[in-house]
Design a protein around this ligand. Structure first.
Ligand code: HDE
Length: 700
């Protein structure tokens, strides 16, 4: 950096710098810089030193600038969300494919091609704001549509069912999964006694447990996961006809998850793995997209099931009721400021618009009551809708006024209605076209009761488990064994296995064996006999719906001195053509010298670019360079992990020495691709479209 000095002034780059008496740097506002001021707008001459009595004397309380600066800093944090504290958001739009006038009068669904601005926040549930991204957990998938008739918040998850059937149990399930109150650990992990104690005493959670123990709970990225509204909602058309509806988001790039051992390592290597992924994709212009799909149905169809469509622990398989795509969501812009937007965004299930309505799902009803409280607590007053991220983008007029931080108050004299002040100053009026709740006859007596139609807790858990591929079933078994092995109380482990017997006998046995139980416990007594004849649903499996593309994924290439530069070029071209990304990893971030003498800079030093952060890897080593890799433990981990995580691996011949050192078998399987020259690249990249070489798992 250019630097000129005299005793009291200097220039760094284009910055004017003044030196203080102690040598400290004062950056002076010249040449187009704004003047630094206090919040009151007073220009500041010295932002480096507090006001003192004498050079070494005590600080003075009349230093209002210092007081204001520190006071504000001390108040920078707002309470984090009680759940879903860790999250990441982005702006975008929703584009309607075709008018849905037969189903709903919701304004955003009336015109083909209509684009509605949206803000989406993805999150984990259990961990605090600073926890890692790859916890085994449900992911929040909350969408705020800024429609022309008000904000509609679809506050969903990446799993279509939930742990509990009634909102009154929410504090219990959340307390149980969070860090235990006496010891304040574990953080962002369900693998502990309290969680499994509660779960094993709550059979209604069994369906959800199958999902959170599955690969759905360790997504590779927000971009590769589905989203669900979970509850049954209603759509209402202009004639007032209501239908039930379930909302599903499907990622255009297909679904993908990591394996558990990988998740554990990613959390160490890059705790921000998911947010970095979204940030990078959007910055690169590779905008993630989802389709919104509807499962709409009427009461007669609802009555055709044994289960209740108001029960949020149940789903309707897509094979029985296809999900109709009605529009696409595109995320194309990151917030300018994380706090202002992602942290302060206030999602509320009660934010619906004319044409959409609630069902009587008792979980949804409780949520509608709860979310307002949480916003008041977090955002500090009733005017959180005045924050730009929460304000509607359509006209809004009402007589609500005052309160903390009020930006919009009624103009003029009228702050009530009815009034007789006329159109000029009388303020807004009701409209016939406004929101109306659908009319419903109340039924039954006032009572605290769980309906009998909510009593089957195992049939759909079994259906989900049996719908998975063998690899996915194995992951569920392994996850249960891992989690329950962290449970210190044997009775809790056994109690959980007693439920698994009602789901699938083999799964129960696998978990019992994995835990070292001497004998299977007695099966838990079900409220109603579980059904074992529900047809499997391929739509529930990730692997059965493999996208068949490497698009949006990432290849990590470990290079050494002596690498053949033309191979790197060939890989890069093939990866670009695939719509994927390639990053180079080397013993130093400065890079390597290729065989033709060119210098190639790396994206990562080997320690910071482990194979777990890539979807597939290549090891392009020269003869000498390969010998150097043998001495580097992270290089050995790079290949050992890629192998253990079923990744496709391309390599130049000298890299085989590294494979041997890393303990890979001598006979490499078909997931390995020798790269002799550029023409070998094609087959490797084509194989990567399968994302993982699962045959290796079968052979394991
Ligand atoms: Fe939430 N939930 N929740 N929840 N939830 C919150 O609201 C609550 C439930 C979900 O990115 C809180 O603003 C209750 C189901 C998401 O900002 C809080 C019940 C589903 C987000 C709250 C539920 C969700 C939240 C915490 C049971 C999936 C993050 C901070 C009756 C369909 C939104 C906040 C964001 C956040 C309460 C159950 C999804 C405390 C009482 C079921 C995605 O209000």
């Amino acid at each position: 950096m250019a630097r000129s000095t005299s005793k009291n002034s200097a220039t760094y780059g284009d910055q004017q710098v003044r030196r203080g008496a102690g040598g400290e740097t004062h950056q002076v506002a010249e040449e187009g810089y704004d003047v630094l001021t206090t919040q009151q707008g007073m220009p500041v001459s010295d932002d480096q030193n507090t006001l003192k009595q004498g050079a070494r004397g005590p600080s003075l309380i009349e230093d209002a600038h210092f007081r204001e600066k520190i006071f504000h800093f001390d108040h920078e944090r707002i309470p984090e969300r009680v759940v879903h504290a860790r999250g990441y958001g982005a702006h975008g739009f929703f584009e309607t494919y075709e008018p849905l006038t037969d189903l709903t009068r919701a304004d955003l669904f009336q015109r083909a091609g209509e684009k509605t601005p949206v803000f989406v926040r993805f999150s984990t549930v259990a961990g605090n704001k600073g926890s890692f991204d790859l916890a085994r957990d449900v992911r929040g998938f909350a969408v705020k549509f800024y429609t022309q008739e008000g904000n509609w918040d679809l506050v969903g998850n990446n799993i279509p069912v939930f742990f509990i059937q009634d909102a009154i149990k929410f504090p219990d399930v959340v307390h149980s999964v969070k860090d235990e109150p006496d010891r304040a650990f574990p953080q962002a992990a369900s693998a502990h006694d309290n969680f499994w104690d509660f779960i094993s005493l709550t059979p209604e959670s069994m369906h959800m447990i199958m999902w959170v123990m599955s690969d759905r709970a360790i997504p590779r990225s927000f971009r590769f996961m589905q989203g669900f509204g979970v509850h049954t909602f209603r759509l209402v058309n202009a004639k007032g006809k209501a239908s039930f509806v379930k909302f599903i988001w499907k990622p255009k790039l297909g679904m993908q998850s990591v394996v558990w051992n990988e998740a554990v390592k990613i959390n160490g290597a890059d705790p921000d793995f998911h947010r970095r992924d979204l940030w990078n994709a959007i910055q690169m212009g590779d905008f993630p997209e989802w389709e919104l799909c509807l499962q709409s149905f009427d009461q007669k169809f609802a009555d055709s099931f044994d289960f209740d469509v108001l029960d949020p622990t149940k789903l309707i398989p897509e094979e029985i009721l296809p999900a109709r795509p009605v529009g696409r969501l595109v995320l194309d812009r990151m917030p300018e400021n994380f706090f202002a937007e992602t942290e302060q965004v206030a999602f509320m299930t009660q934010n619906i618009v004319p044409g959409i309505d609630f069902s009587n799902d008792p979980l949804l009803q409780g949520r509608n009551f709860s979310y307002l409280d949480t916003q008041l607590k977090r955002l500090g007053g009733p005017n959180f809708t005045h924050l730009p991220i929460n304000a509607p983008k359509c006209p809004f007029n009402h007589f609500q006024q005052d309160g903390h931080m009020a930006f919009h108050n009624p103009r003029g004299r009228a702050n009530y209605e009815p009034n007789s002040w006329g159109t000029e100053i009388g303020g807004p009026r009701e409209t016939e076209a406004g929101f109306r709740s659908i009319e419903e006859e109340p039924e039954g007596n006032k009572q605290r009761i769980r309906p009998e139609s909510f009593a089957d807790h195992y049939s759909q858990a079994r259906q989900f488990y049996l719908s998975q591929t063998l690899v996915e079933q194995r992951h569920i078994g392994e996850a249960l064994v891992f989690e329950l092995s962290k449970v210190e109380t044997p009775a809790i482990r056994e109690r959980l296995v007693s439920h698994l017997i009602n789901i699938d006998a083999d799964l129960a046995q696998t978990v019992a064996d994995g835990l070292g139980l001497r004998a299977l416990p007695k099966a838990a007594t079900p409220m109603v006999e579980p059904r074992d004849d529900l047809p499997t649903s391929d739509a529930l499996s990730i692997l059965k719906n493999a996208p068949g593309t490497f698009k949006g994924r990432k290849l990590g290439v470990l290079i050494t001195d002596g690498v053949d530069a033309s191979l790197i070029d060939a890989l890069k071209q093939a990866v670009d053509a695939e719509g994927a990304v390639m990053e180079l990893v080397a013993p130093t971030v400065g890079g390597v010298e290729a065989s033709d003498g060119t210098l190639i800079a790396a994206h990562h030093k080997i320690d910071g670019g482990p194979s777990v952060v890539f979807d597939a890897v290549a090891i392009l080593a020269g003869e000498e360079g390969a010998l150097g890799l043998l001495k580097l433990p992270p290089a050995r981990d790079f290949v050992a992990d890629a192998y253990a995580h079923y990744k496709f691996v391309a390599f130049t011949e000298p890299a085989e020495k590294l494979f041997a050192k890393a303990g890979l078998p001598e006979d490499l399987d078909d997931g390995f691709f020798p790269l002799g020259n550029a023409s070998d690249v094609k087959a490797f990249i084509a194989a990567c479209r399968d994302l993982r070489f699962w045959d290796r798992a079968d052979g394991a």
